[in-house]
Design a protein around this ligand. Structure first.
Ligand code: CO
Length: 286
């Protein structure tokens, strides 16, 4: 990997370390999620990085892809299993991180299992190892702890301005013999659950992403498309960032989805309603 690129990945990772240290103490009983989310995004920018996506706050049986909307009045309650997913990028080079906190408690077996499996997989990542070997390490730890990995969520590589690139690292055993090569950036994200081990799409969606220019009639739709391209640099954005009357915004987003100008990221919910934890870290395989 190019020395300059490696430096940017490392800087993004260092910034994400600081952002996580800043975020953790705020995840406590009585905190209003939207306030915490906005502080985290502001901190990311102050540190000299761009948020690669709106900070995700997914609670209990929701695994991922939730960020508070502008009128969200959710406060954290004792016992909530809160998954915080943070992306920091420097010149498009991303550090993809997530952690889970059980509000008001010292820990939770699902959290410990996710962390243990993620760390074991990261330790085993070296040039020449196969996807199949890494996935087996993850599943063995999770199943050994008495839980299930979420089978339709996976670790992944990435590249400049792209959050997801092959290879994919499933959290359950696979025959994929793809060899991990030197210089591959990889995010390992082990989702664990006491439910079925599958997530399905839910609602309401609060995260979208630019796909392509398309002719749309509503002025609000055209405005969103402009913002998605210019202000949000084609990265995933939050409805909270649009600053638009809600009814019109909803209609405009529907029009953009129909025109395939934007992509929706609906909340991902554990199919059987099980609790979900995640731990994610990014590493350059060297
Ligand atoms: Co990720």
């Amino acid at each position: 990997m190019d020395e300059g690129v490696l430096k940017k990945y490392r800087l993004a990772h260092d910034i994400s370390d600081d952002v996580i240290d800043f975020a953790r103490p705020m995840i406590k009983e009585g905190a209003r999620i939207i306030d915490v989310a906005e502080k985290i995004e502001k901190k990311t920018r102050e540190m000299g990085a761009m948020p690669s996506w709106p900070v995700n706050f997914s609670i209990n049986e929701i695994a991922a892809h939730v960020t508070p909307d502008i009128e969200d009045q959710t406060f954290l309650r004792r016992g909530d299993l809160v998954k915080v997913d943070i992306g920091c990028q420097v010149d498009g080079y991303i550090s993809d991180r997530a952690f889970t906190i059980c509000v008001g408690e010292k820990g939770h077996p699902l959290i410990e299992t996710s962390e243990m499996a993620t760390r074991a997989a990261l330790d085993a990542l070296e040039p020449g190892v196969t996807v199949s070997e890494i996935s087996a390490i993850i599943e063995d730890i999770v199943v050994g702890a008495g839980f299930r990995p979420i089978r339709n969520l996976a670790g992944h590589s990435m590249s400049q301005n792209s959050q997801h690139e092959p290879p994919t690292i499933p959290n359950s055993k696979t025959n994929d013999m793809t060899v991990i090569r030197e210089g591959t950036p990889l995010a390992i994200e082990v989702f664990t659950t006491d439910g079925s081990g599958w997530v399905k799409e839910s609602s309401p969606t609060t995260i979208y992403k630019f796909l392509r220019d398309a002719p749309v009639r509503m002025p609000e739709a055209r405005k969103i498309l402009e913002m998605a391209k210019n202000d949000f640099e084609m990265l995933p954005f939050a409805t909270r960032w649009l600053n638009m009357p809600r009814v019109k915004m909803g209609m405009a987003l529907r029009q953009l989805l129909e025109a395939e100008a934007i992509e929706a990221f609906p909340p991902l919910k554990e199919e059987a309603g099980g609790m979900v934890a995640v731990y994610e870290d990014t590493k350059i395989v060297l």
